[in-house]
Design a protein around this ligand. Structure first.
Ligand SMILES: [Zn+2]
Length: 328
């Protein structure tokens, strides 16, 4: 993109729905499609110019400014929306572009309520659009492992029990259950060189649970893990290249240059977003919100436009239908 994207810029650039398709083609394909989304064949796609130059008739008899391409190999038609998170959408591409930019550009995210009001959508549509965008923000399936120095820390969404006041503990649980909670635990792993963060919901903070989650994202033998003094990490420290701890209970925040600040900064941003924007995030949808926060946080050093181009590269091959999302 040679032009920085902003809400006014998109509004200016996108006068018609055909303009919106063109901009999305530019974001996703850098111009023209190189491979067919239906058969995967490359180099044989051509644009179908509408007979009247502007719009084409649809099956239902209305006209549409959808830009249609054809694959010379499988002879099937497709558009920039085929096989993506937008598949089957009835919302204009223009609205999609604006909402995607809002999701990419606002530090604390945007709420479905806000989008509903601003773009005159139904609550259900706005909610579903945001979840489709979050689907694209998810980590790519072939993303490599983190290595080097990785900070690991956990937090309870809704407050860490060890930070609760005595009154809150008394009110929340019977005495023998102190320190236990049904609030979701989130583990964050921050690569201190690249700034990339990967977070996920874990069922508990026992050693084997943490080890499994870390093994999935971190090249253990090539990584020095930095954590607080939590005992659970000690169970598998032998498998790591190194393990450094910072003793928070002794008010130690930096020890010999080691610190878990990177994870704490991420968590404070995450909590600000949850409290300020999304208010309540259900346990069921928390992983998708984490994907959103991870994506924005990991790319915080690049511009909104660069972030949007990066996200556009992930629109394909990810579909999200309403049923699996709400059907459970
Ligand atoms: Zn094809």
């Amino acid at each position: 993109m040679n032009q920085p994207l902003s809400i006014p810029a998109i509004t200016r650039m996108v006068r018609t729905e055909a303009d919106a398709y063109l901009l999305l083609e530019k974001l996703r394909w850098g111009g023209e499609p190189t491979t067919c989304p239906q058969c995967g064949e490359s180099g044989r796609c051509y644009y179908l110019t509408p007979t009247n130059g502007v719009s084409r008739k649809t099956r239902t008899g209305t006209t549409s400014q959808r830009r249609v391409w054809k694959c010379g190999h499988c002879r099937k038609q497709f558009s920039v929306l085929t096989g993506t998170i937008f598949h089957g959408t009835k919302i204009s591409v223009r609205t999609w572009l604006l909402v995607i930019l809002e999701m990419c550009a606002s530090k604390n995210g945007v709420s479905a309520r806000e989008i509903e009001r601003k773009y005159d959508l139904t609550a259900k549509t706005a909610w579903f659009m945001l979840h489709r965008i979050r689907e694209a923000m998810k980590l790519e399936p072939l993303a490599g492992l983190l290595s080097g120095t990785v900070v690991a820390d956990e937090t309870w969404i809704g407050g860490k029990p060890s930070n609760w006041s005595n009154a809150k503990r008394r009110a929340a649980r019977p005495r023998w259950e102190y320190g236990r909670t049904d609030k979701p635990v989130v583990l964050a792993l921050v690569d201190t060189d690249s700034g990339e963060v990967r977070s996920r919901v874990i069922p508990n903070v026992r050693g084997n649970t943490l080890r499994a989650a870390i093994a999935e994202h971190v090249e253990m033998g090539a990584t020095t893990l930095v954590t607080d003094e939590a005992k659970s990490y000690k169970q598998f420290r032998g498998e790591m290249k190194g393990h450094e701890t910072v003793v928070h209970s002794a008010h130690q925040y930096v020890r010999d240059g080691w610190t878990t600040n990177a994870a704490e900064n991420y968590f404070s941003q995450l909590k600000r977003s949850i409290d300020g924007t999304n208010h309540h995030v259900s346990k069921e949808h928390l992983p998708r919100y984490l994907a959103e926060y991870d994506f924005r946080y990991s790319t915080r050093k690049i511009t909104d436009t660069e972030r949007m181009v990066m996200l556009a590269g992930r629109f394909g091959g990810r579909r999200l239908s309403y049923k699996p999302l709400r059907g459970r």
